[in-house]
Design a protein around this ligand. Structure first.
Ligand code: NDP
Ligand code: OXD
Length: 311
């Protein structure tokens, strides 16, 4: 056995594991690649790559496990899993393609809203020629991390007035930044509120009635972070009371979104199936291999999660 090589387990219940296996197998750093579920002996596995959820009991099959990486940006699926020991470092994907695609998705939703694109599409069906006006918009970005800060900068370049909100106060050219002490003021500007926070005990259910009431009347919500940031019934109430004018939702408490969920049929809600930004395997694999080398050389891993913060 080549001692330099690291055995890997991929557990990807939502995405096809094939491109990950193919990409990783080209590296001489990687030994055996197992894909869950498997009957194989996992004793030598040192690295676990996982895109949610991880089956219960899997961790105990890998006594030599040294590192876990999420295959996405989010790690909420790992933070809440009781089988994961606190002493194993957890990393996540921070990747330029992921940021680019997220930014493009949000810009699409923002401009579709600003330019009343859904109304134009409906009007076209009835051959109605109706010129709809539009206004400049103030956009509030919640979460100014790898994705939120990338988005905020692009929005400034596009000429939007941009407001940002994060746990620790940021300084980004052209963006009015706030931390928790300025939450009310941040919200009072956000004619479009974009959520790019991680889910933690502090941010779960953060998109609730109180927050909606703090937004300017007629505000629009874009939730691209996690479904459990959103109190769905509060959103439906706010839409029905016309406090909010609409919402673009990519993520949900339960995915796939159950047929019985009223959001499907709400006329002011646009739904996409968790596709705002999808990890590009080849680009992410380069990051995984960089970290694998660091693991072998006992160097610090990139993009580790701070367990005390939960993201
Ligand atoms: P980061 O960890 O880089 O950024 C998180 C940001 O949120 C930071 O600015 C952080 O503040 C801020 N934050 C955390 N907790 C709080 C809090 N309690 N109050 C205020 N601000 C807070 O994450 P990413 O930008 O990489 O990703 C964000 C999320 O996007 C992911 O967790 C994931 O859930 C979601 N996502 C969704 C995808 C989709 O396709 N729908 C694709 C990819 C990601 P500070 O800067 O002070 O640390
Ligand atoms: C992610 C996601 O967190 O795709 O990367 O949701």
């Amino acid at each position: 056995v080549d001692k330099q090589k690291v055995d890997v387990l991929i557990s990807s219940s939502v995405w096809d594991p094939k491109p990950w296996v193919e990409g990783l197998s080209k590296s001489e750093l990687v030994g055996e690649i197992h894909v869950w579920p498997t009957q194989a002996d996992l004793t030598n596995v040192e690295a676990l790559f996982v895109w949610k959820p991880l089956e219960s009991g899997v961790i105990s099959l890998m006594p030599n496990l040294k590192w876990i990486s999420s295959l996405g940006a989010g790690v909420d699926h790992l933070m809440t899993d009781p089988q994961i020991p606190a002493n194993i470092p957890i990393t996540r994907i921070v990747d330029p393609f992921l940021a680019r695609d997220m930014t493009n998705y949000v810009i699409m939703g923002l401009i579709m809203h600003q330019r009343s694109m859904l109304s134009h599409l409906n009007n076209q069906k009835s051959k109605i020629w109706k010129r709809l006006t539009y206004n400049p918009l103030k956009v509030g970005v919640m979460g100014l991390g790898a994705l939120g800060s990338h988005l905020a900068k692009k929005l400034v370049n596009l000429g939007f007035e941009v407001f940002g909100y994060s746990r620790t106060l940021k300084s980004i050219d052209g963006v009015s930044c706030f931390d928790e002490s300025g939450q009310k003021e941040f919200l009072s500007h956000a004619e479009v509120l974009v959520n790019l926070l991680p889910v933690t005990p502090q941010t779960i259910n953060i998109l609730n009635e109180q927050v909606f009431r703090s937004l300017p009347e007629g505000a629009y919500l874009i939730n691209v972070a996690r479904g459990n940031h959103l109190v769905e019934k509060d959103l439906i109430n706010a839409l029905n009371n016309r406090w909010l004018s609409g919402a673009l939702l990519d993520v949900f408490w339960e995915e796939p979104l159950p047929q019985s969920n009223p959001l499907w049929e709400h006329s002011k809600v646009t739904i996409t199936p968790h596709v705002a930004s999808v990890t590009t395997p080849n680009s992410a694999i380069a990051l995984l291999l960089d970290n694998l080398k660091r693991l072998q050389e006992n160097r610090e891993l990139l993009h580790t999660v701070d367990l005390s913060k939960g993201y």
